[in-house]
Design a protein around this ligand. Structure first.
Ligand SMILES: Nc1ncnc2c1ncn2[C@@H]1O[C@H](COP(=O)(O)OP(=O)(O)OP(=O)(O)O)[C@@H](O)[C@H]1O
Ligand SMILES: [Mg+2]
Length: 237
């Protein structure tokens, strides 16, 4: 496993229009040509956040659980089809089938290396997850990446999102962020039930893993080891 990469729903979809792909959908995924030896995770964007919020899925309501899963699976299928068009052999791994909260998140990730060994590229996604004594809740792609990086230590975990990196209070992209004390919340443009950029950074820091956050123009640089955007580094030397 050379890398683990989450491509945000914020860049693959139009977060302001329910169930709509973004104009950049094809061009973003085309960057992955020739990079089959990694694990891809995608966010939900407008295929998950508004539906989850409407039904209170994060607060334990079963109503909407299937709608959210169906809708995210539709986005997953679109992504698989595009990746296969550019020569990858993507395989869906629906997170809800390998996850459980008790209350810590348990993710059964062992099969990922087997899928890669066969020359296929696993594609996971933010999803619904059963939660002990509380029904269902939501698991974000941000948390999934942190858990995969923790287990597999690729040294190359990344997030392609709608901003060029983590921004400071003046709106400049930070080179590095080491703790949540350094994070300034700039608010959200669209619904995000998993905490937006703040949740993304926090998941990596809580898990103690390094990851890079960058925009769509940084994706090629990330894949080619040119270090775009912001490094989340919970254990600086
Ligand atoms: N300090 C900050 N630095 C960067 N972005 C920030 C900051 N504070 C808040 N944000 C907001 O976080 C948003 C990006 O997070 P968001 O969850 O929408 O993206 P994503 O995780 O890529 O998408 P998805 O959750 O659909 O996969 C941006 O709209 C940005 O404005
Ligand atoms: Mg998000």
């Amino acid at each position: 496993m050379e890398y683990v990469l989450k491509i945000g729903g914020s860049v693959l979809t139009d977060k302001n229009k329910e169930k709509t792909l973004s104009e950049d959908f094809d061009s973003i995924l085309e960057n992955l040509k020739g990079h089959e030896n990694g694990v891809l995770v995608h966010g939900a964007g407008s295929y998950g956040h508004p539906q989850a919020e409407k039904h209170g899925v994060k607060e334990g309501s079963y109503q909407g659980v299937l709608e959210v899963h169906r809708s995210i699976s539709e986005l997953n299928t679109e992504i698989l089809e595009k990746l296969s068009e550019i020569g990858l052999k993507p395989v869906p791994v629906h997170t809800s089938s390998i996850a459980y909260r008790n209350p810590e998140t348990q993710l059964h990730l062992d099969k990922l290396s087997g899928i890669l060994d066969e020359g296929f590229t696993p594609v996971l996604h933010g999803d619904i997850v059963p939660h002990k004594d509380k029904g269902f809740t939501i698991i974000s792609g941000d948390e999934i990446v942190a858990k995969i990086e923790k287990q597999y230590s690729t040294g190359k975990a990344g997030f392609c999102s709608s901003v060029e990196g983590v921004l400071d209070d003046e709106g400049n992209v930070l080179d590095e962020i080491n703790s949540m004390e350094e994070f300034t919340d700039k608010g959200m443009k669209a619904t995000d039930v998993t905490g937006g950029m703040k949740g993304k950074v926090k998941q990596q820091i809580d898990e103690g893993v390094k990851a890079r956050i960058f925009g769509k123009d940084g994706l090629e640089d990330f894949l080619e080891d040119r270090n775009p955007g912001t490094l989340v580094n919970p254990s600086p030397q």
